[in-house]
Design a protein around this ligand. Structure first.
Ligand code: E4P
Length: 218
């Protein structure tokens, strides 16, 4: 299972990378805006900075919504750094753009996936990754994890090579359920990722070990 961090914040990326278990980064226009990264040149510089910080794929999203615009933006993003994966929304134009970018050998991440139908279209178009947004589905009172389950089944029925990148992660439980089902990748904010390590018995156990060691040393 691969872990990506879902942020455009450089210090969070550095912190996750220092753990030694980080495989990649995903960003989106909202995450870039949250970091105050505005203007084409700064956005491009920021993507490059992320690529230089880590060893792994970095998803950078197109802003265009028309086919030609998505393809030309995708080429420009891919040209920035070999680690860039072009993030394209699961729309009709997006599927066509993924098909074209895949033909050119450009890696893509089909984003804003909320149904298994969209996931099939993305895989058939040749997307490298698909991003089902499980937290946003849960927010609507539906079950995001069951979408991951359906997608794992469908992709295995047909041997699709597209990797399931579970996104919109809200908590540790989401990550663990994705792991049980067999999502290829989970992209998570830093807190749930680090939360995987939390267990009160570890904290209590360590305190006791250290206290006993101190006592024994007199
Ligand atoms: C996926 O790549 C998106 O960046 C992200 O996971 C969206 O998460 P959110 O629903 O918390 O905004």
């Amino acid at each position: 299972m691969k872990f990506f961090i879902d942020t455009a914040n450089l210090s969070e990326i550095r912190e996750a990378d220092a753990l030694g278990v980080l495989d990649g980064v995903t960003t989106n226009p909202s995450l870039m805006a949250k970091e105050g990264i505005t203007g084409d040149a700064r956005v491009m510089e920021h993507y490059k900075a992320i690529c230089e910080m880590i060893d792994g794929p970095v998803s950078a999203e197109v802003i265009a919504t028309d086919y030609e615009g998505m393809v030309s933006e995708g080429r420009k993003l891919a040209g920035l750094h070999p680690q860039i994966v072009v993030k394209v929304p699961a729309t009709e134009n997006g599927i066509k753009a993924i098909k074209q970018l895949a033909k050119e050998g450009i890696k893509t991440n089909c984003t804003l996936i909320f149904s298994s139908g969209q996931a099939i279209m993305a895989a058939k178009a040749g997307a490298t990754y698909v991003s089902p947004f499980i937290g946003r589905i849960d927010d609507m009172n539906y079950d995001g994890i069951s979408l991951i389950d359906q997608m794992v089944g469908i992709y295995s029925n047909y041997g699709f090579q597209t990797q399931i990148l579970a996104a919109s992660i809200r908590n540790v439980k989401h990550i663990l359920e994705c792991a049980e089902i067999g999502a290829d990748v989970v992209t998570s904010p830093l807190k749930p990722l680090k939360g995987l390590l939390n267990h009160p018995l570890t904290t209590i156990g360590l305190e006791k070990f250290l206290a006993d060691h101190k006592k024994a040393q007199g």
